[in-house]
Design a protein around this ligand. Structure first.
Ligand code: ATP
Length: 220
């Protein structure tokens, strides 16, 4: 279980709310959801430019839902299981079910789940996408496993993955605006001793185009 809290993430209030409703509530209140006849999303896709906090958000939702967190990077899965990535995927979902409630986080999912037919690697990536689809279909609703994927390239994903009942919630995370940059600055500098001449407001104004990761680098 990671230890990132909602309060460690500056701004992004709407996105936090969406994730709470889509992931945290169903994991924490499975019975109530069942009673009300609501099927929560099985999979959530976070997409947007690099460094905007996608990984951080996935970790925070796992912490706050008191769920186990299995984090996988697309390219890592391919290199660890050369020719056998499909088996790797099966194992990950198996493990997730064993230790549920679990959030499976797939970073850089475009590396393994790009459109079938786009590769020339003797069918390995096709097997991977097929296995992923099978596993997603097998996550019975309210069985305490939620799949969260992140990518900078949503356009490259296989359309079958994004069908309702699979990854059926897509959340876009944009580069932060001035107000969000100020919140990020505040969160990230809370343990730093800054001179009183330093105006975070002024810095937020001057850092148009900076992501959360850029602001972290600047502070360092
Ligand atoms: P990538 O697409 O490259 O994987 P990402 O969107 O997953 O990037 P993160 O790894 O979550 O980005 O963020 C990188 C770093 O930027 C984090 O470690 C964090 O310190 C900082 N960061 C980004 N967004 C925020 C935010 N809203 N509040 C606080 N810190 C942030």
């Amino acid at each position: 279980i990671p230890n990132v809290k909602w309060s460690d993430i500056g701004g992004l209030d709407d996105i936090k709310k969406e994730l709470k409703q889509a992931v945290e509530w169903p994991l924490k209140n499975a019975e109530q959801f069942k009673k009300l006849g609501i099927t929560p999303p099985r999979g959530v896709l976070l997409y947007g430019p690099p460094g905007t906090g996608k990984t951080l958000l996935a970790k925070a939702v796992a912490t706050e839902s008191e769920a186990n967190f299995i984090s996988v990077k697309g390219p890592q899965l391919i290199s660890m299981w050369v020719g056998e990535s499909a088996r790797g995927i099966r194992k990950i979902f198996q493990r997730a079910r064993q230790v549920s409630p679990t959030i499976i986080f797939f970073d850089e999912i475009d590396a393994i789940a790009s459109s079938r037919g786009m590769h020339s690697d003797s069918g390995n990536s096709e097997q991977v996408v097929n296995q992923l689809l099978t596993e997603l279909d097998g996550i019975e609703s309210l069985k305490d496993v939620v799949f969260i994927a992140a990518t900078n390239r949503p356009d490259m994903l296989d359309a079958a993955l994004l069908r309702p009942g699979r990854i059926d919630k897509m959340i876009r995370i944009n580069a932060p605006d001035e107000k969000t940059r100020l919140s990020i600055l505040e969160v990230q500098s809370k343990n730093m001793h800054l001179d009183k001449e330093v105006s975070k407001k002024e810095i937020a104004k001057k850092t148009e185009g900076y992501t959360g990761a850029d602001i972290e680098g600047m502070l360092r």
